[in-house]
Design a protein around this ligand. Structure first.
Ligand code: GDP
Ligand code: GDP
Length: 435
């Protein structure tokens, strides 16, 4: 589906100017569809081969009454149709009450929206942007539409984000905490799925069970909604099992992408094998939180258990922030307590942290342990804010950040992880230089 980008903002912030820039390199389709207000323009853009539609919504002043109210209604409808919203503000005029009201509208609509500070020409863009942090958006895009500045780098960041939002949309059709169950064939995924759903539950699928798609099973447990994403691709009808397909990597990747929390099942009797490590790599690359379930723990003697535990600890040394459970899907032991880990992982993956809290942690960390000097100048890290969730992204701003050593980045990650009590999920760091 072609993404739709809606431009909103007060009059005169530069929406038309940006619209014209974004739709410049195409065969323009700036149509005046009948029935639309004069203020609503549609255009097609093309950025490095990716097509998108831009809507200039025109009339939002933030203070809607009378004729303005009708314009606002039309604009809000455009916002509803959009994949993503760009909320423009005027970097020269600074923050106004109208901006605040529009921000409020957008929050209530719950659409993914990005703040764009326009007219940053002739002033320090960071200073221009600082006025708008209180609107509560992620890192704004800084542009000068009439000078065609900042628009390319905005699209560079925006278009991948739109793809992500699309995937999110698809996954959001399923309620609650989405748990992906992944693992090699025969490790016990289907057995675990049945166990997690509860013994009494008769699961009947009339889904077509295509080979590509996992089965999504919404259910409720102790008042909490979940959706299990079952990659085993097994249709069950009471005791009859019909194997559609045992294992597919596409299915596994998709399930990981759609999940909030991934449970990787491994077979205790085989120990941790290379394929398990590949799957862990996929989960971490996708930025999902991870729980390791070492299955078939029943019927193993003490010596074998010690050996497997030792191997798991050693090979998953780099994953010390993820919970490991030793379970028997067949008998049910250890399965219930995994829900506690699921809750912790979900909370960590979706957490929202205030900019001043993150900045305080950063400042404490750098005070404890200064970043090194580079060519006679000390690297400075000034502030941090959150750039996203699932996985959590922490954006750190400073000088000479390109020279920051890996060991120092790991120190920061460990510090943030410890103070914020982040379990199970990787944390992404982005370092932004202000030189
Ligand atoms: P709209 O009402 O939001 O569609 O705003 P317009 O695109 O019509 O722009 C309003 C005014 O701001 C026009 O005079 C534009 O030339 C000017 N403008 C737009 N972008 C910029 C910019 O990046 N820098 C400066 N200095 N002026 C701009
Ligand atoms: P999947 O291919 O990952 O979905 O694996 P299945 O759930 O189909 O299980 C493969 C085999 O392992 C079946 O014969 C299960 O009965 C057996 N199995 C699954 N979990 C356990 C367990 O906890 N203990 C034991 N002993 N066997 C299990």
């Amino acid at each position: 589906m072609i993404p739709v980008i809606a431009l909103v903002g007060r009059p005169n912030v530069g929406k038309s100017t940006l619209f014209n820039q974004m739709t410049r390199s195409r065969d323009a389709l700036v149509a005046d569809f009948p029935g639309l207000t004069r203020d609503r323009k549609y255009g097609e853009g093309n950025y490095e081969g990716q097509r998108f539609i831009v809507i200039d919504t025109g009339g939002l002043t933030g203070d809607e009454e009378g004729i303005d109210a009708e314009m606002a209604r039309q604009s809000l409808q455009a916002v509803e149709e959009a994949t993503i919203v760009l909320f423009l503000v005027d970097g020269r005029a600074g923050l106004t009450a109208g901006d605040e009201m529009i921000a409020d509208h957008l929050r209530r609509l719950g659409k993914p929206a990005h703040l764009v500070v326009n007219k940053t020409d002739g002033q320090d863009p960071d200073v221009a942007a600082s006025d708008f942090y209180s609107l509560g958006f992620d890192q704004p895009f800084l542009i000068a539409a009439s000078h065609n500045r900042g628009i390319r780098s905005m699209l560079d960041r925006l278009l991948p984000a739109i793809e992500e939002a699309d995937a999110e949309d698809r996954a959001d059709r399923y309620p609650g905490i989405r748990i992906g169950i992944v693992g090699r064939p025969n490790v016990g995924k289907s057995t675990l799925v049945n166990r997690m759903l509860g013994e009494d539950r008769v699961v009947v699928y009339d889904m077509p069970g295509t080979t590509r798609d996992s089965v999504y099973i919404p259910y409720e447990r102790q008042g909490q909604e979940y959706t299990l994403i079952d990659t085993a691709g097994v249709r069950r009808r009471k005791n009859v099992r019909e194997v559609v397909e045992k294992f597919s990597i596409i299915k596994t990747l998709q399930a990981i992408d759609d999940a909030h929390v991934v449970i990787l099942v491994i077979d205790a009797r085989e120990g941790l094998v290379d394929q398990d490590l590949h799957l862990i790599g996929f989960v971490l690359d996708a930025g999902r939180s991870l729980i390791v379930a070492v299955n078939k723990w029943d019927g193993m003697d003490g010596e074998d258990r010690a050996r497997v535990k030792e191997q798991v600890q050693r090979r998953l040394d780099f994953l010390d922030y993820a919970d490991k459970h030793y379970i028997s899907a067949l008998h049910g032991s250890g399965v219930g307590v995994m829900y506690d880990s699921v809750a912790d992982c979900y909370e960590s993956a979706m957490a929202k942290w205030q900019t001043n809290r993150l900045t305080a942690i950063l400042q404490d960390a750098t005070a404890q342990h200064q970043p090194p000097m580079v060519q006679g100048r000390r690297i400075k890290l000034r502030y941090a804010h959150q750039g996203g969730s699932n996985p959590p992204v922490i954006v750190v701003h400073g000088n000479q950040v390109d020279a920051l050593p890996g060991a120092y980045k790991r120190y920061l990650e460990n510090t943030f992880r410890r103070v914020l009590k982040v379990t199970g999920t990787p944390i992404r760091f982005e370092f932004k230089g202000s030189e």
